[in-house]
Design a binder for this molecule. Structure first.
Ligand code: ZN
Length: 375
């Protein structure tokens, strides 16, 4: 078959297990060619990895730009933390522009998918979609009720407009209300996610009873808590830069030993820029503080959350997968994984997201914020 519209890149590509030398071709938004040997007509060469997946963001926080001082409670806990006070007062256009800026950062740094915990009820979701509309990115949008209370009508409306619901934490909610909320999400076969054991240890059995698709943090978890998550097959998203900001260090080697599936996320955009390259480097370093973890293990944490969106998706570059690719000007071969731990934004030479090149022809560049129509 002659394929006229195939675009190609060549170099050391990640096949799901190791780096191999070859050529990758895609047509529209699907990878159609993975083969050994370098083709001549390619648009870029280098180290080729699948688009990274940022497993946990709060992109709305990008609106908060000041230097931050204070505790988790003072800065991010609902309903009175600094971010909630600023978001409550913010103009819609400003929130959309801040999220779009954060999304552009993700694309520039090789991330093509993300899972966002969106505050602000149904309206908060609408702002996220307004920001996402112009960007070639895959976003899993997890909304939440505007208040810490269950209202069936509100939850139905949120679920119609989202991929699911994600809330702050078990201890923030009246437990009967949270139980009803999670049951509602389950009935509608959408995703329920929750932060867990970040600043204090929470009751893992009560949290797992909510049937979460994944948990975020688990820094205060005991070995027994982690074993329960491994048993239940519930992945844990780690956000080491966010934890470090609040004086905590997740023990990544211990989490890996417990057999839980680990993902990596950048958490609040006001605390960390949403660059998975930076998160990987930091995770690798703090892994060394606790005895060491392989570069490959950290790299896979930056890819795996794609499977929450599509359980059949591969973490490697394969024919039939979505054309999400990142080409970096870095050494490949057996150095590929180590290269990824040292990668920075300036090493990214091309990002392909759903077949759309970024930057380049066909990419939709972020627009300056439009004058708002209403607040
Ligand atoms: Zn979070």
């Amino acid at each position: 078959m002659v394929r006229a519209n195939v675009q190609r890149v060549a170099g050391w590509f990640y096949d799901g297990r190791r780096f191999r030398d070859g050529t990758i071709g895609w047509e529209d938004d699907v990878i159609v060619e993975v083969r050994q040997g370098r083709a001549r007509n390619v648009i870029a060469t280098g180290l080729i990895v699948p688009g990274l997946w940022n497993a946990h963001t709060h992109l709305g926080d990008a609106l908060v730009t000041q230097e931050l001082r204070g505790t988790i409670e003072e800065l991010v806990a609902p309903p009175h933390g600094l971010k909630h006070r600023i978001l409550a007062k913010a103009k819609d256009g400003a929130v959309v522009a801040a999220m779009r800026r954060a999304m552009a950062t993700m694309l520039r740094t090789g991330t093509t998918g993300f899972s966002d915990f969106r505050e602000g009820g149904l309206k908060g979701l609408k702002l996220l979609y307004a920001a996402l509309a112009a960007m070639p990115l895959q976003g899993t949008a997890l909304g939440r009720p505007a208040a810490l209370a269950y209202d069936a009508k509100e939850v139905s409306a949120i679920l119609r407009a989202s991929d699911g619901v994600a809330v702050s934490s078990y201890v923030d909610w009246p437990s009967d209300q949270l139980g009803k909320l999670a049951a509602h999400v389950r009935r509608e076969r959408k995703m329920f996610a929750i932060h867990c054991s970040e600043r204090i240890r929470e009751d893992i059995d009560k949290v797992l009873d909510l049937s979460p698709a994944f948990l975020v943090h688990m820094v205060q978890a005991t070995d027994a808590d982690l074993a329960r998550c491994a048993e239940a097959g519930v992945p844990i998203v780690l956000c080491p830069r966010s934890n470090a900001f609040f004086g905590m260090t997740p023990d990544i080697p211990r989490l890996l030993r417990a057999g839980v599936e680990l993902h990596l996320g950048t958490d609040n955009a006001m605390i960390n820029t949403p660059s998975m390259l930076r998160e990987m480097e930091f995770a690798y370093r703090i892994g060394r503080l606790k005895g060491g973890v392989s570069a490959k293990a950290i790299f896979e944490m930056a890819l795996r959350a794609r499977r929450l969106e599509d359980p059949k998706a591969s973490v490697g570059i394969r024919v039939g997968e979505r054309a999400d690719l990142v080409v970096l000007d870095l050494p490949g071969g057996t150095s590929g994984f180590a290269s990824m731990m040292r990668a920075s934004a300036s090493d990214v030479s091309l990002v392909v997201s759903g077949g759309v090149l970024w930057p380049g022809k066909g990419a939709v560049m972020p627009q300056p914020p439009r004058r708002r129509r209403s607040s």
